[in-house]
Structure formats: C-alpha cells, structure tokens
Design a protein around this ligand. Structure first.
Ligand SMILES: [Zn+2]
Length: 304
C-alpha cells in the first residue's frame, strides 16, 4: 500500500505527519513515520501535529479514509451515520480508530455540529455520548474538557478543525470552523470557554489548524466574500484571492489563524495544516471533491 500526499506549499508552519498508529507487522507504507501500536493487524494511519504531541499531555490525531469497513462513497473510515452509512460500520470504525489511538468508543464524546459557534464543556459523565450512548445536545460545534482519558471528537470534510492544548491548566478543546463558524469566531469562543471553565490564558495555549480545504480549492460566492470583508476589516487582502467576476477564493486557514492571534495565542504556538482535503480526496473526505456524496473523518484529542 502506498499513500501519496499532496502538500500545500503556502504554509510555513510545522506540518502534519502521518503516523502509522496501527500496522501489520512487516508492512511498510512509504512516507509514513512509524510509531505507536500494532493492533489486531489493522492499518489505521493517523495525521498528527508534532507541536501538539510535544506538549506531552495529549494524544491526538485526524483519521484518514484508510483502515475502516465502510464502502462506496463512505469508504472506508467514515464516522457519520446521518450521512447514510450503516450504523454497524460506523461503530466498527470508531472501535478501530480507538484502538489506533489507545482508547475505545466508551471514552469518546461527540460534537453536534450545526455551523454555529456554541462551545460545550464535557466531563466523565459524558463519556460515550454519540458512540455508545445518546447524545444529549444538539448545538455544540466546539467541545472543551479537563478530564483525562476523555476523547473529544469533531467531524470534517473540508471545514476547518481547530485543536487547543493548555499545558498550564491541563485543559483541551476542539472545534469545527467552517466559513460560518469562522465568521462567528468559534475559535475565540473555545478560548473564552477554556478561560471561564479552567482559567486558561490564551498566551499559554498551543493550537493546530487541521486538514481542510485550501484556498486554491475554495471558491466562494459574493455573499460569503462580503461576510469576510465585513467581519475581518483590513484583512481582506490576506483572506480573499483571485477576485474576478465576483468569485473570490477564501483562505480559511488564515482566517482561523488571525482569529487565534487576535484572541492572544502567540504566533509560534499555532501550527497550520499543509494538507488540503480537496487536493487529497483519496486520503481524506472532501465535500467539494465528492460533490456532496461522502463520509466524514474526525479529529480526536484527549488529555493523558
Ligand atoms: Zn486544495
């Protein structure tokens, strides 16, 4: 098996590495850094940020499309039931990624993403919600916790994942920042929630802007461009490109980075993906590349 990743050259920040978390003994995948466990002969690669791993207090990663049991447009490691996949396949996929990351579905907590900017604190009483128990919320694009062993799970297929680690107060966060959530500054809301709940100072926090659509692939409507002109005044030349005939391309990664900087996160604490979902449709689910027919991959993060 060979995985070729097309990397975007625009970002100078520390890039993602692809870890072969669960591998069959003797198998080697070109370009992967092998660390972690051999679990039941499964190959479940995980993308992770060296800077978050270096905090030493979290296990984290983004799933790819590789290593699951789903078929067709969901192949193979899809985590969304509402998009039409069989629940038993999704359940097995959660078990596999859990094994790759050293945990299980019983210790995961799922977001419920509606393109808004609500952030929810979760703890041990929420373990398994969305995987083995009913979700008890319907409006949570962001999750925060200071409970060790609890894995926060958020869903993606082009929208931007943002992860947060506060090594001082030992707290973490994860959110879904599509264009609507970015205009609403959900990343700032995560930092505010972490401050309110755990005393987090943004200057202590390490952030990662995860695999999602790059600006070359992300053509937007006039209306969306206007929203960004209005909400990020003075930054339109950093965010909007190739404006011709009314159709601009949007740099969501930079919009998220700006939001973090404005909120007080130091530039050297922010890692930005160099892997675009739409440029890598065989590696990651992409709404644009699949024209709407697709599964979802996830970001996973837990305090050790
Ligand atoms: Zn792209």
């Amino acid at each position: 098996m060979e995985i070729k990743i097309k990397r975007t050259q625009e970002t100078a920040c520390p890039s993602l590495i692809l870890r072969k978390q669960a591998v069959k003994e003797g198998q080697n995948v070109e370009g992967l850094i092998v660390e972690g466990l051999i679990v039941e002969g499964l190959i479940v690669p995980v993308l992770s940020f060296p800077a978050l791993s270096a905090t030493g207090i979290v296990e984290h990663g983004f799933s790819t499309r590789i290593g699951g049991v789903s078929t067709g447009v969901y192949s193979t490691l899809n985590f969304s039931v509402p998009r039409g996949d069989a629940p038993e396949n999704v359940a097995e996929n959660f078990r596999r990624i859990g094994a790759a990351l050293g945990t299980d579905p019983e210790h995961m907590v799922l977001s419920h993403q509606i393109h808004k900017a609500n952030v929810l604190r979760v703890d041990e009483k929420d373990a398994g919600k969305g995987t083995v128990r009913e979700l008890t919320w319907d409006d949570a694009d962001g999750l925060v916790t200071n409970t060790p062993g609890l894995t926060l799970v958020t869903f993606f297929a082009d929208c931007v994942p943002v992860m947060f680690v506060d090594p001082v107060h030992r707290a973490i966060g994860s959110c879904h920042s599509g264009w609507r959530g970015t205009v609403l500054r959900i990343s700032r809301n995560v930092l505010l929630k972490m401050k309110e709940e755990f005393g987090t100072a943004p200057s202590d926090v390490y952030c990662a802007i995860g695999p999602s659509i790059c600006r070359s692939c992300y053509e937007i409507s006039d209306e969306v461009a206007d929203e960004f002109r209005k909400e990020f005044p003075g930054h339109e030349h950093e965010l909007l490109f190739d404006v011709h005939g009314g159709h601009a391309h949007l740099d969501l990664w930079e919009a998220c980075r700006l939001t973090l900087l404005e909120a007080g996160v130091p530039a050297e604490h922010i890692s930005v993906t160099d892997i675009c979902t739409a440029c890598n449709p065989d590696l990651l689910f992409s709404h644009r590349a699949a024209k709407g027919q697709h599964g979802l991959f996830c970001g996973f993060i837990r305090l050790l």
